[in-house]
Design a protein around this ligand. Structure first.
Ligand code: NPQ
Ligand code: MG
Length: 371
């Protein structure tokens, strides 16, 4: 396969409701879509970076810059390109995993479409549907939170994750347990909002029988997570810290986590995500598939990954309507608490032209021949 060029689409999709986390409030999802054009087929990639570098160091304009300046030109120079070669061709460029992941996803989709093979089968899926959890933002009041959780439980979600931060942790968890009972599968996500000095406070969450606490401490603080894990009973899960399979092995070896959230975009792509799955499975560490408010394109690919055998916990793979009134693909609809894994070639879905155009703010063709 030979790369002909890449169309970068800058999109902005309104959210059905503001989504507040410990790092800020979003009312719309700004994102980058890649139409990867090869001599054999076209594929779609989605970049999970946000407009601002608040979740991680990457951000949309930075990803667009590194793609047009370095990543796409380097891939264009490679002949006999395939998805497996993308990471090694791009390896000289440090970091920029979200930008690399988007490009690899597009190449992988193109390659699989050319061969008529579905992504789920390629990755090693063992299920045709995936149990769905939902991530619930920080709210202005506990009654608002309870209404929101009630709606998601009515919609069939089998696991609830509450976003927490200092000042919004024990009380919302206590209230959800009191209202919905001990049978609700419940977990929390701090997005790095605490320090080790909060260990005693976080230990008070032990009373609520949570599945896990996700990323309480900073991204680069593996040792801190290992120390915290010894002071609390709630299992520690890492998200932001897990940037590669090596990082996962290190974190597990240090005792920094008992569970791993895998996000393909954060780790440089679906192939590295599968390697993380493999090492976690080998260490008997359960994994689940995180979410970055993907459009139907990224959502489709995440479902393929979440169908692998080690994904034994429900992920943040929610239905399209959790975030968007109108998705840019046929919407993913939760049924009986599950989503179906796409079966078509490649990621198995395509953008709907009118819906895609409606959210497109800017289109840019990366000309590989340009200097
Ligand atoms: C997490 N996601 O697990 C993330 C972080 C996150 C579903 O909780 C705009 C774009 C807003 C991406 C907010 C979930 C976002 C975002 C949070 C990602 O940590
Ligand atoms: Mg998280």
């Amino acid at each position: 396969m030979k790369l002909t060029g890449v169309e970068l689409r800058h999109i902005e999709m309104p959210l059905v409701a503001p989504f507040r986390t410990s790092f800020g409030t979003s009312t719309s999802r700004t994102a980058l879509l890649l139409r990867v054009v090869t001599d054999e087929a076209e594929g779609w990639g989605e970049c999970v970076a946000m407009a601002d570098p608040l979740y991680s160091s990457e951000y949309v304009a930075g990803c667009a810059d590194v793609l047009r300046r370095f990543l796409v030109p380097a891939l264009t120079r490679a002949d006999r390109l395939d998805a497996n070669a993308v990471a090694s061709v791009l390896a000289p460029f440090h970091g920029h995993r979200m930008a690399k992941a988007a490009l690899e996803m597009g190449v992988l989709d193109a390659e699989l479409r050319a061969e008529g093979r579905p992504l789920a089968r390629e990755l090693g899926a063992v299920r045709n549907r995936v149990a769905c959890g939902v991530s619930v933002g920080i709210m202005d009041s506990v009654p608002e939170l309870l209404d929101s959780v009630a709606g998601y439980l009515d919609a069939g979600y089998v696991r609830v994750k509450l976003k927490i931060e200092p000042g919004w942790d024990l009380e919302p968890v206590r209230a959800v347990r009191e209202r919905f009972g001990d049978d609700v599968a419940l977990q929390v996500d701090a997005n790095t909002a605490y320090t080790l000095a909060d260990a005693h406070h976080l230990a008070r969450l032990d009373a609520y029988d949570l599945l896990l606490i996700e990323q309480p401490l900073p991204e680069d603080d593996l040792l801190g997570h290992a120390r915290l894990a010894r002071e609390i009973r709630t299992p520690v899960c890492l998200d932001e810290s897990i940037t590669s399979a090596r990082a996962a092995v290190d974190a597990i070896g240090l005792g920094a986590c008992a569970i791993v959230n895998i996000k393909p975009g954060r780790v440089g792509g679906y192939l590295e995500a599968r390697r993380i799955h493999d090492v976690c499975l080998a260490h008997k560490v359960p994994v689940w598939c995180g979410g970055m408010l993907e459009t139907g394109l990224g959502r489709a690919a995440n479902l393929a990954l979440a169908a692998l055998p080690g994904f034994t916990l429900p992920g943040d793979t929610s239905g399209s309507d959790r975030y968007y009134r109108t998705d840019i693909t046929e919407p993913f609809i939760v049924s009986d608490g599950h989503l179906s894994v796409p079966t078509g070639p490649g990621i198995g879905v395509e953008p709907l032209a009118a819906e895609l155009d409606a959210v497109t703010r800017h289109i840019e063709w990366i000309d590989p021949a340009a200097p």
